[in-house]
Design a protein around this ligand. Structure first.
Ligand SMILES: [Zn+2]
Length: 418
């Protein structure tokens, strides 16, 4: 066994901070500086260019595929062998911190930089990957770039997705110069490993530094549109109203009741977007739009929850005849178990380096869940502070914990590539 790789934690930390300056904004709710670098905006394009500069400076051969996914390849001593992939995403939500996704990409870059420092060549090539539109906040489908690369969603479907202003992902790829030539369908790599912040409180509460991720839970997103009838707030008798806002409120309460019932295992349900029109104080809403995000570590419980929610939606017009209910699925993935072999490699590497670990399932969706469909995959979680808050400028992991995660990433990737 080769001597373990020494990573440069200061260089890793500085890179995280430098990338976070692109798309930085003053967050009024927290009084902190946050990051808003949504996929394929000008800010994202600037972040991508910086990343590509760093990949090239590290001697990697950079390619961009038809989804704008970015790859930096470090040649192995046996270039014909399937490479080991490692990475994550650098797009963010509108109220992000510096770590979500970026730690996995810049951590992978640090692995390569450290191999360069030591002058080591691995047997297999190593590829650093940055996937497009992981967050799904701009074009409505999360883990999009990796889902297309893994063949679950089609390129045409992805290119046709539009943001709130009607701009399509395909056009935005073109506009920002990131519609690459490289075919999007990924040749199955030898393995994929992703380092990511936990975005939850488990590691902090268990007082362990790192998480060995056992898999990802099922995710279901849908947009529900309710059609009612606009009417005068003062003169329209209650029994004559078709109030789209009332129906939306019932859905919000219903999904919470489903969670509280305990009938659907460890279901989580969130209505994160809700809007009514015309949005005036004196007019009964004629239209309401909301999104329902369901998560479940058990596929059977997820199917039951989706079925019962659909049945509930069908009953809504009973109390308000004439109400129109339309649903559109935005995203849907099953529960994904990660490779036991790579989990063992991660756990052993952490132990060798003296870090404590817990095994846990991911609450959030990650690119690794998509890539797991085509190759053995696992993830390393890095502990967060402040109850692991994320998608918030308060998101924070200490330099020591980030370095711990990347050290274990380096050891795992090196073993997989040797
Ligand atoms: Zn992420």
């Amino acid at each position: 066994m080769t001597k373990e790789l020494t990573i440069n934690s200061e260089r890793l930390w500085n890179s995280l901070q430098e990338l976070a300056r692109i798309g930085a904004y003053e967050d009024r709710a927290t009084g902190l500086t946050g990051v808003n670098r949504q996929s394929l905006t000008d800010e994202d394009a600037e972040g991508r260019r910086l990343l590509i500069d760093w990949l090239r400076d590290a001697g990697l051969a950079v390619t961009v595929d038809q989804m704008g996914n970015i790859f930096g390849r470090r040649e192995g001593s046996e270039p014909d062998l399937d490479p080991v992939y490692t990475g994550s995403h650098i797009d963010t939500v509108s109220t992000a911190g510096a770590f979500d996704g970026c730690l996995g990409v810049l951590g992978a870059l640090e692995v390569v930089r450290s191999l360069n420092d030591r002058g080591s060549t691995t047997r297999r090539p190593i590829v650093v990957a940055a996937w497009t539109e992981e967050e799904g906040v701009r074009f409505g489908t999360d883990m999009l770039g990796s889902a297309v690369a893994a063949g679950r969603l089609s390129l045409d479907y992805a290119h046709a997705l539009a943001d709130a202003a009607g701009k399509t992902l395909g056009d935005e790829l073109e506009r920002t110069g990131f519609k690459g030539e490289h075919p999007v369908l990924l040749d199955p790599p030898h393995a994929y490993v992703e380092c990511h912040i936990e975005q939850g409180p488990v590691l902090l509460r268990e007082d362990t530094q790192l998480g060995v991720v056992t898999g990802g839970q099922a995710i279901s997103w849908q947009r529900i549109t309710l059609g009612g009838r606009a009417a005068h707030a003062g003169t329209t008798p209650t029994e004559l109203r078709i109030d789209a806002g009332l129906a939306a409120a019932r859905i919000v309460v219903k999904v919470r009741e489903m969670v509280d019932s305990g009938d659907y295992g460890r279901l989580r349900a969130t209505v994160g977007h809700i809007a009514t029109s015309p949005g005036l104080p004196s007019v009964v809403p004629d239209r309401a739009e909301l999104t329902v995000d369901l998560r479940n570590p058990d596929d059977g419980c997820m199917v039951a929850a989706e079925r019962d929610l659909a049945a509930f939606l069908e009953t809504l017009p009973e109390s308000q005849p004439g109400l129109a209910v339309e649903t559109r699925r935005m995203a849907r993935t099953n529960q994904v178990p990660f490779s036991g072999e790579i989990q063992n490699l991660i756990a052993t590497s952490a132990e060798e380096l003296g870090y404590s670990t817990s095994h846990l399932m991911s609450g959030a969706g990650h690119d690794a869940q998509e890539i797991a469909a085509i190759t053995p995959t696992a993830m390393i979680f890095v502990r967060g502070q402040y109850d692991g808050v994320s998608h918030n400028p308060r998101e924070y992991s200490t330099p020591e914990d980030c370095a711990a995660g990347v050290r274990v990433l380096a050891a795992t990737v090196e073993k997989l590539a040797s």
